[in-house]
Write a protein that binds this ligand. Sequence first.
Ligand code: DON
Length: 319
Amino acid sequence: EGVEQRVFTGVLPAWDRVEEAVQDAHRRSSSAADGSVADYIPALANADPDLFGVCVVETDGAVHGAGDTDAAFSIQSVSKVLTYALASDTVGHDVIAERIGVNSTGQSFDSVMAIELNGGHTMNPMVNAGAIATTALLPGADAGERWEILHDAFSRFAGRSLELDEDVYRSEAEHNQRNMAIARLLESYGRLDVEPLEIVDVYTKQCSLRVTARDLAVMGATLADGGVNPVTDDHVVSPEACTATLAVMATSGLYERSGEWLFEIGIPGKSGVSGGILAVVPGKAGIGVYSPPLDDAGNSVRGQRSLAYLSRVLGLNLF
Ligand code: DON
């Protein structure tokens, strides 16, 4: 209470060493041929499996990229990170902790059982149930206003105005029965204060915003930098909101593989089913990776491999 939070600052290796590591991470991980592109949302099945981009943005604004860093894709579950940071910033630490939860489910990202096993409470904001409940906490008189607030904040995280991928949005909206069921279930437990299907629509739109690997790296650098976008100098969210967000990314960002991720890579991360991963090295950098083929938990195969390499050679592991 009343004590100002300091942002941890460390140092990365020199600029040219980071540059070389990003090129090497891309080259060494390109050959990984396993994994398959998500198809449970039909529009995602059209993704080019060969696209692969790796980008690091340092908290001083330096940008290092290799491969397809400007290829656009729908942000999908990586959006959960930004919505959570925004909601934490708006409703505060205690409310968000009590309403959403901060423990890993150990279940898949769209688990209904995780809600049932937890007495109707969501367990964390990085899986669908908790993410939908987090979107519902955003300020705004109605779904339209919540969407505007969210869209504006996501764009400020990226440092540019983000566009909706209409094809993905429409495709997902037509195949969204499971998320609607999750929202109705939360409503039945008295855990949603807004109209369930309207909030699922805002959630579906947030997942359909188009980003690039570079955008994810800038967003990650903003979280690494206590909420200040290092490219635009815009104060997007508070340091406290960033700290809370990094904690839930560390415990739950890679679904039921979150423990393995932390064990091998050792920094907060969040994956999405379109093949993006956003990772954060507190005080130092954000990393964005895009490669559509996924493992069976829904995490980008080349994304994980390149991040493991970067973590090792640049000494990013927090532990
Ligand atoms: O709600 C869905 O199923 C997708 N919009 C996002 C899924 C995803 O990326 C994995 N989630 N944690």
